[in-house]
Write a protein that binds this ligand. Structure first.
Ligand code: MG
Length: 528
């Protein structure tokens, strides 16, 4: 049986190597490729994906998985072999449902979609991207049908990113979140004048910004011997292997917050990838337990740590060093307030942590309607703007600030956005747990000593890769299932202090949540 397992590992290693090479092509497309290269690149990426898919779904792979599965489980639930077979079987069972030709077509359309989206966003013209989105939507509906679902095509796609989660559970979750956030945002909105982010605005040389964020991410523990940071239109993390994990950031000359927090966010993803167990390299165990778990890492570093008071005390001298003059009379308290300005805004990646989840709810609603054929692609920009008015009371000036702002649909990824909200919730639970286990965590952060925090995350999350399903991993790490309340409590405590309101006024719904969601069965998302 050992030999069969070796055969399976050899076969998968080739699949992983092809996928890794394909990742480099995709990274290059985002970072360096001239736009003229789009057509050829699409064909190369599509061809490689098809080869990898064909190899992975070959009868030989299926036979080896079937032959070694029980043997591997016999080694014990936590063994490498058992985790390996659980992960590969999950992937295989999904992959065989998608014909190679379909995978190649989706891949080609995705590459073309990215190119069209880039142009459309630049010219703020949805009609440039609209035909591509229609095609990508059709392919996603077909994908959901091929994978199979009971209630909504959304379930089949969501399961790819967040195994086990259903649209109906999300609706309940989002309803809870909205109910909890609503009074907090109301309090904040009535005290707008108390917080300003003027400190982060000015004239910031963009190359210097890159130097600054390189220094910050290195301090957080990002290993530049096994990574690099570049600029791209949409910040991202690409891991080709455990020893080559790259991040990108976006710089704005007149606002430092974009590169600063975009970079810390991607660094959180990259730390996950760099701290995986080395023996998982080129196996199905490489990667994150789910996208939500991945996002919990980026949000924990970006928000819970990166926007904390101790972090701001560490950060201010660093900002001052790179941009002498810009932060001359600033205090750490001012910086803390500036990075925590909360207000309705147009762009998700720049949204504060209080309103962020509403951006997710908006996309979740649109995606659901599109996939269930209740909304035409051509009507998406209008509904987007309508929802922006409904949730935030603001209207995007153009489609670049509206429906075209995210790359996800161009990447052919529908059902992905909710994972960001899952990440937000989990990040609060993780931070509660790690700060209870690391003595003086706040003091360490203030000193710029992030190692104990990173070590805790590496031990409890990163090292496990895809060995456990999200539910099991979360239980192991924090001792309970995913919950809404710790996140709401974190938001309530933090923002009641920043904006000076009574946390009880905005926080007395704790018990209300339980009764409300147990009895009403109200699954409708009802953000304000
Ligand atoms: Mg992210």
């Amino acid at each position: 049986m050992e030999n069969k397992f070796k055969e399976l590992r050899k076969l998968y290693e080739e699949v992983a190597a092809i996928n890794s090479a394909n990742g480099v092509l995709q990274w290059d497309q985002q970072v360096y490729m001239p736009s003229g290269g789009a057509g050829a690149r699409a064909r190369s990426i599509g061809a490689l994906e098809e080869i990898a898919h064909r190899k992975f779904t070959s009868p030989e792979a299926g036979r080896l998985i079937a032959q070694t599965y029980d043997w591997a489980q016999g080694k014990g639930h936590d063994s490498f072999e058992a985790g390996y077979l659980r992960a590969i079987k999950r992937d295989y069972d999904k992959a065989v449902k998608l014909p190679s030709e379909f995978v190649a077509e989706l891949s080609r359309e995705t590459s073309l979609g990215i190119e069209a989206w880039t142009k459309a966003k630049k010219g703020s013209d949805f009609s440039v991207f609209s035909p591509n989105l229609e095609k990508l939507l059709d392919l996603n509906i077909r994908k959901a049908e091929l994978l199979g679902f009971e209630e909504s095509p959304y379930d089949a796609l969501l399961d790819l990113y967040e195994p086990g989660l259903k649209k109906s559970s999300l609706e309940t979750l989002f309803s809870k979140l909205a109910t909890g956030l609503k009074p907090i945002i109301k309090e904040i909105s009535s005290r707008k004048e108390l917080v300003s982010n003027a400190l982060l605005k000015g004239n910031f040389d963009e190359d210097t910004q890159l130097k600054l964020v390189n220094e910050i991410t290195a301090a957080l523990g990002y290993d530049f011997r096994r990574g690099r940071q570049d600029r791209s239109a949409h910040p991202m993390t690409c891991d080709f292997s455990i020893d080559d994990v790259r991040i990108t950031t976006r710089t704005c000359r007149d606002y430092i917050g974009t590169s600063l927090y975009g970079s810390i966010h991607e660094c959180g993803h990259a730390l996950y990838a760099q701290n995986m167990a080395p023996e998982f390299e080129f196996t199905p165990l490489a990667g994150g337990a789910s996208l939500g778990v991945h996002e919990s890492q980026s949000r924990l570093w970006e928000n819970i740590i990166g926007r904390s008071e101790p972090f701001c005390r560490w950060l201010l001298p660093m900002l001052d060093k790179h941009f002498p003059g810009n932060f001359d009379n600033a205090s750490p308290e001012e910086l803390y307030k500036a990075v925590n300005l909360a207000e309705p805004s147009l762009v998700r990646v720049e949204a504060d942590e209080v309103t962020y989840n509403l951006h997710i709810m908006l996309r979740f609603e649109l995606e659901t309607l599109l996939l269930e054929k209740k909304l035409m692609v051509k009507d998406a920009p209008e509904l987007w703007n309508e929802k922006m008015r409904e949730y935030f009371g603001i209207t995007p000036k153009n489609d670049a600030q509206g429906v075209l702002q995210d790359i996800h649909w161009a990447l052919g990824m529908l059902g992905y956005f909710p994972t960001y909200a899952i990440g937000n919730l989990l990040s609060a639970q993780l931070f509660n747990k790690l700060s209870s286990e690391i003595p003086g965590a706040e003091a360490l952060i203030e000193k710029g000593d992030f190692k104990p925090v990173l070590d805790w995350l590496a031990k409890n999350i990163h090292t496990h890769g895809r060995k456990y399903l999200p539910e099991e991993l979360v239980k192991k790490a924090v001792g309970s299932e995913l919950k809404v309340e710790p996140f709401l409590e974190y938001i309530r405590n933090k923002y009641s202090k920043i904006y000076g309101f009574d946390s009880n006024c905005a926080g007395s719904q704790k018990s209300e949540f339980r009764s409300q969601n147990k009895n009403t069965g109200n699954n409708k998302v009802s953000p304000f």
